[in-house]
Structures are given as structure tokens and as C-alpha cells.
Design a protein around this ligand. Structure first.
Ligand code: GA4
Length: 330
């Protein structure tokens, strides 16, 4: 690890090296038109094989993401202390820079992590234009998440009258835990090595049910394929990228698998800005395979837990740990 000086408010950050994505044939990230016939089957297939897909034709006006991007860039351009004063330090919610969680994970980024449950977004002293943009964006992206969860249930073969089973755990549910994370990765001008980049956000799976990501045009996101190859995900600001989270893996008894992903810091001139909506249930929600998806006689692959228990345990782990491991039944 080397401490270096960098532009913007990321002053000193230990460099963590991140091996370059595998060379070889580029991976094809499934791109699914959410409004097309057969979307439910395509969603289920992508969640089974990769735990990840790109969603197009989602109905969210481009202006909402643009406004949020502009507001977020203006926020991140402020002096470090002002950002801290406005949002408070990330513990875990608030403004963070370089460190992720509280167990020693670091990355070449700064971020805002906010709770956005139900209709209200942060009460903190964020600039009003950013707060409004976050509110409007969240309202829209939550609907995309809800629609995707319905398609997931349909693709899993859940009967029409119960297709809202996943959506209802998150969207509009009293006490559900929805969050938005805005990540800013400034360019990292120092070469980390020929075969390495600098870690922006280390490899991990998301603990929630679903995550919906949108980024600007700057690359950096990579996902881990089942054959253990890391592959880059070409950015597409007009689309959303959907991740299966650990809780959904359990709710589907392993049919859908949470995807390991990471971000490599940009090496060019442009910053990467991504916004991720995390759909989590209420703390009391029992996380166990849905009866609607289980075949007769099928046994659960996991010891059951509540979302509150899982989240508490997650915060004691390092980013790259296998958080579901302790719940797997042999
Ligand atoms: C990963 C997914 C989300 O970004 C997050 C992260 C959280 C945090 O940054 O506070 C965690 C991480 C994430 C999983 C393990 C723990 C908790 C950092 C960390 C080391 C907000 C989340 O819910 O879990």
C-alpha cells in the first residue's frame, strides 16, 4: 500500500491493487427490454446464470438521472469539510471518503449513503437541488425495482395472484429498508501496475434483495462470471443494471444467485459517478425460501434468518467475505 496525493477531496488514500479483468472474449451482459413480451423469462434466465442484467425501456425519463448526476457532481466538488458538515460521516449513513464500512475496507472513492425509505429522502442538510433530484430519482427507480421484482416472480413461475410477493417486501412496505448510494470515483492518475488497476470498490455481493445501478459514461464496473472470470460491464447511462442480492438468493432457494461485483478506479480523465438503489425489506422480514417457488419435498439450502439479523452480521464482515456462508445448510 502506498499513500499518494490526488486531486479533489480524496487526499491520501492507500492504494489497493485490483487485478485487471480477464482478457479473452468479452462477456455478453444480457440486455432486457422490460416492456417486451417474454421479459419475465429473460429476467429469470439472467438471474439464474449471472445474477445480473441490463434493463432497457424502463420508462424513467433521462432528465431525472441527469439532474441527480449534476447535483451530485456539484456536491462532490465542495471542500471535504463542507461535505462532512452537510451529511455527517458515514456511520454507515452519510458522507464517506476512502473507507467503506467499519472493518478496514478502503477504495478510491467518495460517496453518499442515504436511507430513502417510503416517500421521504434525507432530512439532512444536503443542497436543496440535490435533495429534490434524489427524491425524484428514487421515486422512479423504486418503481423499476418493483417492476423487476414482479418479473422475477413471474419468471420463477409464481401464480399471477401472488406475483407481488417480492415487490411487497420492499416497495411501500412499512419499515422496509431502501437506500441510495452515490459513488464518485475520481480518475486515478498513478499507474498501479501493468496488470493491475486501483480498487475503487472492492469485490462483494449486496446483502439486500435487489440493487439497481445507473452510472455515467465512465467505465469501471466488473462482475464475476460463474467460470471465475472477472469481466467489465460497458457503461450505459440510458439503462439500469440490476443485481441479485444475497437475500434474493435465499428467497429463491439458490435459483437466483447474488453476483460478485467490484469497481476499478478510472485511469483516464473522467470521473465515474454511479447511483445505486438498494431494495431491502423490513428488519423483521423472515428470509427463507418462498413457498411459492419451492417444489414439493424441496429442502431449504439455508438456515432461516431475519433481514435485521443478516444486516447486523453483515456489518461485522469485510467487504469481500462470503456473508451467506454461515447460513448454508450442508
Ligand atoms: C455492500 C452493498 C451496499 O453498498 C452497502 C454496503 C455496506 C456499507 O458500505 O456500509 C457494507 C457492505 C455493503 C457489505 C458488508 C459491510 C456493510 C460495507 C461492509 C464492509 C450499503 C450494504 O448494504 O452492504
Amino acid at each position: 500500500m502506498v499513500a499518494i496525493t490526488a486531486p479533489s477531496s480524496i487526499e491520501h488514500i492507500p492504494l489497493v491493487r485490483c487485478p485487471k479483468a480477464n482478457a479473452g472474449p468479452p462477456a455478453v451482459i444480457p440486455s432486457i427490454d422490460l416492456s417486451a413480451p417474454g421479459a419475465e423469462a429473460a429476467v429469470a434466465e439472467a438471474c439464474r446464470s449471472l445474477g445480473f442484467f441490463k434493463a432497457t425501456n424502463h420508462g424513467v425519463p433521462a432528465g431525472l438521472a441527469d439532474a441527480l448526476e449534476a447535483g451530485a457532481m456539484a456536491f462532490f466538488a465542495l471542500p471535504h469539510q463542507e461535505k462532512l458538515d452537510m451529511s455527517g460521516p458515514a456511520r454507515p449513513l452519510g458522507y464517506g471518503s476512502k473507507s467503506i464500512g467499519s472493518n478496514g475496507d478502503v477504495g478510491w472513492l467518495e460517496y453518499l449513503l442515504l436511507s430513502v425509505s417510503s416517500s421521504s429522502v434525507p432530512s439532512s442538510a444536503l443542497p436543496p437541488s440535490l435533495r429534490v433530484a434524489l427524491e425524484e430519482y428514487t421515486r422512479a427507480v423504486r418503481e423499476v425495482g418493483g417492476r423487476v421484482m414482479e418479473l422475477m416472480a413471474e419468471g420463477l413461475g409464481v401464480a399471477a395472484e401472488e406475483r407481488e410477493v417480492l415487490r411487497r417486501m420492499v416497495v411501500g412496505r412499512e419499515g422496509s429498508e431502501e437506500m441510495v448510494r452515490v459513488n464518485h470515483y475520481p480518475p486515478c492518475l498513478l499507474p498501479a501496475g501493468r496488470d493491475c488497476g486501483v480498487t475503487g470498490f472492492g469485490e462483494h455481493t449486496d446483502p439486500q434483495i435487489i440493487s439497481v445501478l445507473r452510472s455515467n459514461c465512465t467505465a469501471g464496473l466488473q462482475i464475476l462470471l460463474r467460470d471465475a472470470r472477472w469481466v467489465p460491464v460497458p457503461p450505459d447511462p440510458d439503462s439500469f443494471f440490476v443485481n441479485v442480492g444475497d437475500s434474493l438468493q435465499v428467497l429463491t432457494n439458490g435459483r437466483f444467485r447474488s453476483v460478485k461485483h467490484r469497481v476499478v478506479a478510472p485511469e483516464g480523465r473522467e470521473s465515474r459517478l454511479s447511483v445505486i438503489y438498494f431494495g431491502g425489506p423490513a428488519p423483521s422480514q423472515r428470509i427463507a425460501p418462498l413457498p411459492q417457488v419451492m417444489r414439493e419435498g424441496e429442502r431449504s439450502l439455508y438456515r432461516e434468518f431475519t433481514w435485521g439479523e443478516y444486516k447486523k452480521a453483515a456489518y461485522k464482515t469485510r467487504l469481500g467475505d462470503n456473508r451467506l456462508g454461515p447460513y448454508e445448510l450442508k
